[in-house]
Write a new protein. Structure first.
Length: 757
């Protein structure tokens, strides 16, 4: 225990000192933690080093859980769905290209197959933290291309979670077997959808019922308890604990309490996250770096040029013009947190060499330092390309970027309808399958202990246990099967296609029949597994059961209530955001076609704008932007007038193009009250002043003396012989011998004392 305390003390002290230095140098704090880990590692003999590395590694594993839990809290399934296909195309193409490039580089060095596969996974993941910090430091976060990059990075983080699961599967099999990977993907999808749907039902309901009882302290305990519970469940299901933490974070992200949970969990995440990155730095061995200098150099160049080429290409394929695509691609030329997590996974599974981890850390450090320079190099590189590339090629590349844009009105009705039907069928199939598995696994053995007797009916030995289990299971999944068959049959898309052409009617009927067959298959499985009836009888029973489900009005009403509850839970955070004024208006998407968009800016605490009205600030004429709303606490001031005052902490939403919003952001950031470097001289003192016959204040009233205006001091009272001071009237005239008590700063009091006589 003593060694653990000493190690933790050493880690936090060194990490604090190094990160202060990196903050001064305007470098990412992640690099500071890695450098601190290197300084306290056994590889640095000139300084004190960590004694018990196993305990530190345990804490680092907890740090990974908190990092992915926090990532899940920032993740939103609805946000991903609303992004459309453009970020999906860019993310998938970039990840695939960089992964293949990493595997080829590993093969060129003659590394093993598992080393190459894990290397590809590490190189495919750009760093969300580092890019976000670079955009923030360079004042680019409000620009349109930066929002495109962040959308793709969110999807990359999701793909990284999937990749971790896939790499674990490959490592367990020690080979990239296609069938094994396919089964793992299907199993992953099943678990994800099941957890998400069940989580959206249960967790928001639980938080809503306990909202009045839940203090901040209890909310932290409950949230972290759910995080670790899901980590344990994920481990039991054959996935990593980090994956479970991410899933629970993504479920809590859909609740009203998500913002509060993020704020409360942030300090815990920062502490354990720092320990994780310090443990990463502890694995850096100078001898390995010296012997592996060539792979480090090659991998660094691979990331820089690979992301510049394949990243830009991916964004062009997603529908961006060449200039925007290059700015996005050049911004992603680094690797970060997930590379370390994937490398840790490989070491834990024992499938990658010890040399690979420090090599990846070194590459990450170098590419992180180069990230701001790569972002700045995008526009000069585009200008060089523009000058040297044939005009026809340039027009075609820009046209390629515009060819994929489509409005909602242009979307195909068939695609909408089939997508909606497919999602519903998938969800209700997973819920039905999970219900059947639970009933057969737990309820059937329980009933067998209570009712072991047999019942003979028409030469078939039917167990009462099987009969009850089958009936209960069918009753439970009836809601799901009915919704699977009937939902979307009366949707606007279905009706429009039905009335538009007679040729559409047969395919539409076919979609209904397919869902009936899928629903019948569940009934077929239950009856066949429990009773071993002949096929014809099974089909007949299945069809009768389905007809009863479809015709049952009570079942329909219950299905509608369940679905409405689910949708309400799913949209609870979105509804709360609309009520509180945190959600951007719907018209924002239409502004993008006109090269303008909405930016949100927070007024700093020490801003010179505080206390001034919009008309005094003259924002429209100075920057060319329009202030659409001001968010203040729980208030939202839409279309503010020129008399609206600005206060510290206000969130201003302004409409303009990239250049206008950038100028607005720079002014808001730079127009600050200068920092007071002589704060010690601002201490307030209480002094008494005795007015003699030569005092210039005799015969004047408090107002006429102008003590407050000229000396910046305040008269708090006059001593008239009693225990308490008399509050002086503003019209009272000062007299000789008055004992006046004054409050002010020391320098101002000295000036006042000099003039009293």
């Amino acid at each position: 225990m003593e060694a653990l305390i000493l190690d933790l003390t050493l880690i936090l002290v060194v990490a604090g000192a190094v990160t202060l230095l990196f903050k001064k140098l305007k470098q990412p704090l992640v690099l500071g933690y890695i450098v601190a880990g290197f300084l306290v590692s056994p590889h640095m003999p000139y300084l004190a080093s960590v004694v018990d590395k196993e305990n530190i590694q345990t804490w680092a594993d907890i740090g990974v859980l908190f990092l992915l839990f926090a990532l899940g809290l920032d993740f939103s399934f609805k946000k991903i769905l609303k992004m459309g296909m453009a970020p999906v195309i860019a993310a998938c193409s970039i990840v695939f290209s960089m992964m293949m490039l990493g595997i080829l580089v590993g093969k060129a060095f003659g590394w093993s197959q598992m080393n190459c596969i894990f290397l590809g996974g590490m190189l495919a993941m750009s760093s969300t933290t580092i890019i976000y910090k670079a955009f923030d430091d360079m004042g680019l976060r409000q620009q349109h291309f930066a929002s495109l990059v962040m959308s793709v990075l969110i999807l990359e983080d999701v793909l990284a979670i999937v990749m971790m699961v896939m790499l674990s599967t490959v490592a367990d099999g020690n080979s990239a077997n296609g069938g094994q990977l396919l089964m793992s993907i299907l199993r992953l999808g099943f678990i994800l959808v099941l957890w998400f749907v069940v989580g959206i039902f249960l967790i928001p309901l639980f938080l809503r019922k306990t909202r009045k009882l839940m203090t901040d302290e209890m909310l932290v305990i409950v949230s972290l308890g759910l995080c670790f519970l899901m980590a344990v469940i994920a481990t039991g299901a054959g996935f990593s604990s980090a994956f479970g933490a991410f899933v629970m974070g993504s479920i809590l992200a859909e609740t009203i309490e998500a913002d509060k949970i993020i704020r409360l969990v942030e300090p815990v995440k920062n502490l354990f996250g720092a320990v994780f990155f310090v443990s990463v730095g502890m694995l850096v061995d100078p001898e390995i770096l010296a012997s592996q200098w060539l792979p480090i150099l090659v991998l660094t160049l691979t990331i820089l040029f690979g992301q510049a080429i394949f990243g830009s290409t991916g964004y062009m394929l997603s529908g961006q013009p060449l200039k925007t695509a290059m700015r996005c691609g050049f911004s992603m030329a680094q690797i970060g947190e997930f590379a370390f997590i994937i490398a840790s996974l490989g070491l834990t599974l024992g499938v990658i060499g010890d040399f690979l981890y420090p090599v990846v850390v070194a590459v990450s450090v170098i590419t992180t330092f180069l990230t701001p320079y790569m972002i700045r190099a995008a526009i000069p590189a585009y200008e060089i390309l523009e000058q040297r590339m044939p005009k026809t090629w340039l027009r075609r590349l820009n046209h390629l970027g515009e060819a994929h844009h489509a409005t909602a009105s242009e979307q195909n009705l068939w695609r909408q309808l089939l997508t909606q039907m497919g999602v519903n069928t998938l969800i209700y199939s997973i819920l039905s399958g999970a219900t059947i598995a639970l009933m057969f696994t737990f309820v059937k053995p329980f009933l067998a202990k209570l009712l072991p007797e047999k019942l003979s009916i028409v030469n078939y030995q039917l167990s009462i246990v099987n009969l009850l289990t089958g009936l209960l299971t069918i009753l439970l999944i009836a809601h799901f099967l009915r919704a699977m068959i009937m939902k979307k049959n009366h949707s606007p898309e279905f009706r429009a296609l039905w009335t538009e052409s007679h040729l559409n009617r047969l395919p539409l009927i076919f979609t209904v029949l397919v869902r009936i067959v899928i629903a019948a298959a569940f009934i077929f499985y239950i009856v066949n597994d429990l009773f071993h009836f002949k096929g014809a009888l099974i089909v007949a029973i299945a069809l009768v059961a389905i007809v009863i489900m479809v015709m049952s009005r009570g079942l329909k009403n219950r299905s509608i209530r369940l679905e409405r509850m689910f949708v309400q839970n799913l949209r609870s955070r979105e509804i709360e955001a609309q009520v509180r004024g945190r959600k951007k208006p719907l018209f924002e998407g239409h502004l993008l076609d006109r090269d303008i968009h909405i930016g949100e800016f927070t007024v700093p605490d020490d801003s010179r704008w505080a206390g001034q009205s919009l008309s005094q600030l003259n924002i429209g004429h100075r920057f060319g932007v329009h202030v659409s709303s001001v968010l203040r606490g729980m208030q939202r001031l839409n279309i503010p007038t020129g008399d609206t005052l600005i206060f510290p902490g206000d969130r201003i939403r302004a409409i303009g193009n990239d250049d206008q919003l950038q100028q607005f952001a720079n002014a808001l950031r730079d127009e600050l009250v200068p920092e007071d470097f002589e704060i010690e001289k601002r201490e307030m003192h209480l002094r008494k002043i005795i007015l003699d016959k030569d005092s210039p204040f005799i015969g004047r009233s408090l107002k006429e003396s102008r003590i407050r205006e000229e000396y910046n001091c305040m008269v708090v009272g006059v001593e008239e012989g009693q225990q308490d001071l008399t509050i002086i009237d503003a019209n009272r005239l000062f007299e000789q011998g008055d004992i006046v008590w004054v409050v002010g700063e020391d320098a101002n009091l000295k000036r006042l004392m000099k003039t009293k006589t």
